[in-house]
Write a protein that binds this ligand. Structure first.
Ligand code: FAD
Length: 503
């Protein structure tokens, strides 16, 4: 209800501040859906540029592309993308040990109990192969194979070039009516003390007025943080890293369809291969390594020629207390940042952009919409936060204060309960709208070294011979399916070839 009963001013003009991944994803989605009805403008500054990282994604990105009606091969050619089937974790349980977090499902669940219960019993009896041998995604990834399979039998995402992705989305968004304005925002005007945002003042004197403002200005959070003063909830007591150093290198081998993340005493390292180059970086704690040392340490840990000088980025893990306040909605880094270990930031941008489109306040901005948006986004971010903390907390590493503290810290209650339930019973439950499914939690919890003390009695209904046959059949099906797949790199090249410029 609008208590004053005065009609709310309708929202006809939307101004998106910032043209990184967040700005252009939001612009493209709103343009596609509402471009004919709204005046949509996006302001970005070439001088400031974008954060320039953020290249690994998760399978939900395909839904976003479906909403936009994108042609996959065209998108992949434009962004030098390759397929991603999961993440290979090296040294996270302890130095020298690896595990894989694959997309999709592993084995076959029974209605009463997940596949892990049958596998745990099989392992105890010496009847089972490593967990990943029952996952088509993990098996294909580790053999560098890929193809589209009927019925989505291989679940996948992409590695992409972030700068090209923003450019590609820009082309689409402009086609759907979004007007791009180049310029540096010098001031943000409000309609009186505590009033809504009314306009962005650019350095060149232009004034961009709007009814609704989307803050996609990155870590600066110019509108929601600096102008509206919305506070920041700091989660560094759970997530110890506050720096990253990134560099691109020339490819020296075929692109793998997975991200490599390697734990180090100071934090961890990523390697994201694309068609034309590799994105690399270290995520570290400034208490464990200085910014002066980080570029050199990174250079020592990568392969292939460096294509530019390494760049250090500072961040504070956490989130804005609210993402939507008044007529301003923050999407992307302006709304918070959790480290990129599970490639979740672009996913959170997608969720926020879709929610804004679903709750679009055409008839006027109402606190009830903002509250609902904040509640839903809050739940998503906390779920992702718990999943990332899991990787630090459940480990046997003790080679630096970072890992020793992470092992000893008190984790959020939601995560503590989940870990305890799995440790005692092998069970994982997933509320319907949570991002990470049971299979993700199981792979990471077991990979990090948490072996449940028990399995479900349903697994005991099978005798050893039957269980052995069941597991062997599943594993053979996966092995045969994967053996028929082509090499990943060649498949990508053939897919993208029709979209390459001639010559
Ligand atoms: P930015 O890219 O910083 O864009 C901000 C925009 O605002 C720019 O266009 C800038 O010019 C504009 N701007 C700012 N101030 C002004 C001003 N005064 N006037 C005009 N324009 C202005 N995410 C993933 O999903 N997967 C990953 O693998 C991943 N890896 C990451 C690795 C690191 C080290 C970091 C830091 C992040 C990573 N992310 C990842 C997150 C991802 O990079 C971001 O979520 C994504 O790029 C969105 O950024 P953004 O658009 O919010 O901000």
């Amino acid at each position: 209800m609008n208590p004053s009963a005065e009609p709310l001013p309708p929202v006809r003009r939307v101004v998106i501040a910032g043209g990184g991944t967040a700005g252009w994803m939001t612009a493209a989605l709103l343009g596609k859906l509402l471009g004919k009805r709204l005046a949509l403008q996006l302001v970005e500054s070439d001088e400031i540029g974008t954060v320039g990282v953020g290249e690994a994604t998760i399978p939900s990105m395909r839904l976003f592309h479906e909403l936009l009606g994108l042609d996959e091969a065209e998108f992949m050619a434009a962004t030098q993308a390759v397929f991603k089937l999961g993440i290979r974790f090296d040294g996270w349980k302890r130095p020298g040990e690896q595990y894989f977090h694959g997309f999709g499902t592993t084995g076959r669940d029974h209605w009463s109990a997940g596949f892990q219960h049958f596998w745990l019993k099989g392992m105890a009896r010496g009847l089972a192969q490593p967990y990943g041998a029952y996952s088509p995604e993990t098996t294909a990834a580790l053999q560098n194979r890929f193809a589209h399979l009927p019925d989505g039998a291989l679940n996948y995402a992409y590695h992409l070039d972030a700068t090209r992705y923003a450019r590609y989305l820009r082309g689409l968004a402009e086609g759907w009516g979004v007007q791009r304005i180049e310029g540096k925002i010098a001031a943000v005007h409000r309609g009186g003390e505590g009033g809504p945002i009314t306009a962005l003042q650019l350095e060149n004197g232009a004034r961009i007025e709007g009814d609704l403002f989307v803050d996609c200005t990155g870590f600066r959070a110019l509108l929601l943080g600096e102008t509206l003063g919305v506070g920041y909830e700091d989660w560094s007591h759970w997530l110890p890293c506050d720096r990253a150093v990134a560099v691109q290198t020339r490819s020296v081998r075929e692109a793998s369809p997975y991200v490599d993340v390697t734990a180090h005493p100071f934090g961890w390292q990523w390697r994201i291969p694309l068609q034309h180059r590799v994105g690399n970086g270290l995520v570290y704690s400034s208490r464990e390594m200085s910014d002066a040392d980080a570029p050199e340490v990174l250079a020592r840990h990568v392969e292939g020629e460096l294509l530019a000088a390494p760049r250090v980025l500072r961040f504070r893990p956490g989130r804005r207390e609210k993402a939507w306040v008044g007529n301003c909605v923050a999407i992307g880094l302006s709304s918070g940042f959790l480290e990129p270990l599970e490639s979740t930031s672009i996913y959170l941008i997608q969720r926020a952009a879709i929610r804004l489109a679903q709750m679009f306040p055409a008839g006027g901005v109402r606190p009830v919409d903002a509250d609902e948006f904040n509640r839903q986004m809050g739940a998503d971010v906390e779920h992702v936060r718990d999943f990332i903390i899991l990787h630090y907390h459940v480990t046997q590493r003790d080679d630096s204060a970072l890992w020793r503290n992470a092992r000893a810290m008190a984790v959020p209650e939601t995560l503590r309960r989940r870990i305890q339930l799995f440790a005692e019973t092998g069970r994982v439950f997933r509320p319907l709208d949570e991002l990470f499914a049971e299979n993700s939690w199981v792979q990471v919890m077991m990979g990090q070294g948490l072996t449940p003390a028990a399995h479900h009695p349903a697994a005991d209904l099978m005798g050893d011979a039957e269980l052995g046959q069941f597991l062997a059949r599943l594993q053979q099906q996966v092995a045969q399916q994967v053996a028929r797949l082509p090499a990943h790199q060649g498949y990508v090249e053939r897919l993208c070839a029709p979209h390459r410029p001639p010559g």
